[in-house]
Design a protein around this ligand. Structure first.
Ligand code: C5P
Length: 222
């Protein structure tokens, strides 16, 4: 496939979403938020009242759920079976459900082709955990974006505080460390950098600095 892909993988809280969206908009490329697909299946499963410990039902749900993205003035909206589920998608409970569902191998393979369909001219920025390792192994540009657990806990704390949610940094840090360990140790698509990925540590860097480091990997337009 000659259509270029820039993959941005890494743990949650490293800033992948922000950096990927900015990079895509600077390049004029398409954007794939792969986590949103797992979250959308989570939302559909909860609407259908499915049992999280019933993998067969979750796999069927993955095949049956229609997931669409719509760009509006207020950012990207995610449409699940015809209903705008963007707000529900962002909930912590949906993230936890998505993470459980994402551990089912048949769910991952059911979403493979849907993710690859985003590869369209002039290019794609793909954000996730296994973009460079499993979904687009032939991508010419790969980034593994990290930040220290402390910095990720700190960023999350500020986001939640702005939303009026009361949490402690210590509690967030513990959750982040536990999720990192789970994501790295799971048997299907464990979170690890592709051998040919460039590691970028965003600890202490501004958003602009990280975007600049990412875009520096691509040939500059003549
Ligand atoms: O990135 P986001 O937090 O939206 O992803 C939600 C969950 O989906 C993650 O915790 C992860 O377990 C899973 N996921 C995945 N592979 C991806 C993207 C997300 O396993 N490519």
């Amino acid at each position: 496939d000659s259509i270029p892909v820039l993959t941005i993988d890494g743990p949650s809280g490293a800033g992948k979403g922000t950096i990927s969206r900015l990079a895509a908009s600077r390049l004029g490329w398409h954007y794939l938020d792969s986590g949103a697909l797992y979250r959308a299946v989570g939302v559909a499963a909860s609407w259908a009242d499915l049992d999280v410990s019933d993998p067969a039902a979750l796999v069927r749900c993955t095949f049956d759920t229609d997931i669409g993205f719509r760009e509006t003035g207020q950012g990207l909206r995610v449409i699940v079976d015809g209903v705008d589920a963007t707000d529900e998608l962002r909930l912590e409970t949906t993230g936890a459900l998505a993470s459980a569902i994402a551990a089912i191998p048949e769910v991952r393979s059911a979403l493979k082709e849907r993710q690859r369909a985003f590869r369209q001219a002039p290019g794609l920025v793909a954000d996730g955990r296994d973009m460079g390792t499993v979904i687009f192994p032939d991508a010419p540009f790969k980034v593994f974006l990290t930040a220290s657990a402390e910095e990720r806990a700190d960023r999350r704390y500020k986001q939640l505080k702005d939303k009026g949610v009361s949490v402690t940094i210590d509690g967030l840090l513990r959750e982040i460390l536990a999720r990192d360990a789970r994501d790295a140790q799971r048997t299907v698509a464990p979170l690890r950098p592709a051998p040919d990925a460039v590691l970028i540590d965003s600890t202490g860097l501004s958003i602009d600095q990280v975007v600049a480091q990412v875009l520096a990997l691509l040939p500059s337009p003549a």
